[in-house]
Design a protein around this ligand. Structure first.
Ligand SMILES: Nc1ncnc2c1ncn2[C@@H]1O[C@H](COP(=O)(O)OP(=O)(O)OP(=O)(O)O)[C@@H](O)[C@H]1O
Length: 235
């Protein structure tokens, strides 16, 4: 298989704190994510999953090792370069992080406004089309407080995918949802990702959604399990 790599990590270490309190939380992480691949990352609480996700997302500085996203090295990258990378990534978090004073389409549109190449008159229609794609065409003018948990998470998915990112990072996207809404949300992510050809890395404790992944990797005590690269769910 000679697919293009979206993420390439070699010998990555990460520490929190300094001096006597310095604590290593990631140890010699090596990981590759190919274009279009859906990977689930599991592991006990505190094992380092979110830390790795935020490093891949350009939300923290790389301290040691190499981490390339879209072939660009993030080690030593400037803030401007990190911001450029972040614009090409869609983020979905457990608590959806919608802005409560904006309607569903305004929330989705905020993400498009970062793309300077999209003319203003198209922002509204693209945001609305994306809300339709997640089945919320009848909720475009609703504020988050009037949406259910599953609907809010779908707005967050629409916001993450509307700019057609090549990579989506999702941290516990189903944690706040009942099992039916959780299933709907991951199937929607899977479907839209396949349509748009983007890669997805999902951190989850929810083993009901494992079947959507091409590969499941395990983090324990800051290390990825050695077999991580070779576990395939579907062949
Ligand atoms: N900002 C921080 N400052 C200091 N220590 C931190 C910080 N963020 C995380 N840690 C520590 O780093 C370790 C890894 O945390 P991380 O949140 O990455 O784990 P996790 O696997 O995502 O856990 P969970 O499943 O509970 O979200 C933990 O020991 C945590 O206490």
């Amino acid at each position: 298989m000679n697919q293009k790599l979206v993420v390439e990590i070699q010998h990555l270490n990460h520490y929190f704190g300094g001096g006597d309190l310095k604590k290593q939380v990631l140890f010699d992480i090596n990981l590759e994510i190919s274009a279009g691949e859906i990977i689930i990352m599991m592991g006990p609480s505190g094992s380092g999953k979110t830390t790795l996700l935020t490093l891949i997302g350009g939300l923290r500085s790389i301290q040691e090792g190499s981490l390339k996203v879209f072939d660009r090295e993030l080690y030593g990258a400037s803030l401007d370069q990190l911001v450029q990378i972040r614009r090409q990534i869609g983020y979905i978090f457990q608590s959806h992080n919608l802005l409560k004073f904006l309607t569903a389409w305004q929330n989705v549109q905020t993400s498009l406004e970062l793309h300077k190449d999209i003319p203003d008159e198209k922002l509204h229609s693209q945001a609305e089309a994306m809300l339709k794609a997640v089945g919320l065409e009848h909720r475009v003018n609703y504020y988050p407080e009037n949406l259910s948990g599953g609907q809010k998470q779908k707005v967050a998915i629409a916001r993450a995918l509307v700019g057609h990112p090549k990579l989506v990072l999702a941290d516990e996207p189903t944690a706040a949802l009942d099992s039916k809404s959780g299933r709907d949300v991951v199937e929607l992510m899977q479907h839209l990702a396949q349509e748009q050809g983007c890669s997805i890395l999902v951190v989850t404790h929810d083993n009901r959604i494992l079947d959507i992944a091409d590969r499941t990797i395990y983090m324990e005590d800051g290390r990825l399990a050695p077999e991580a690269k070779f576990v395939k769910n579907n062949t």
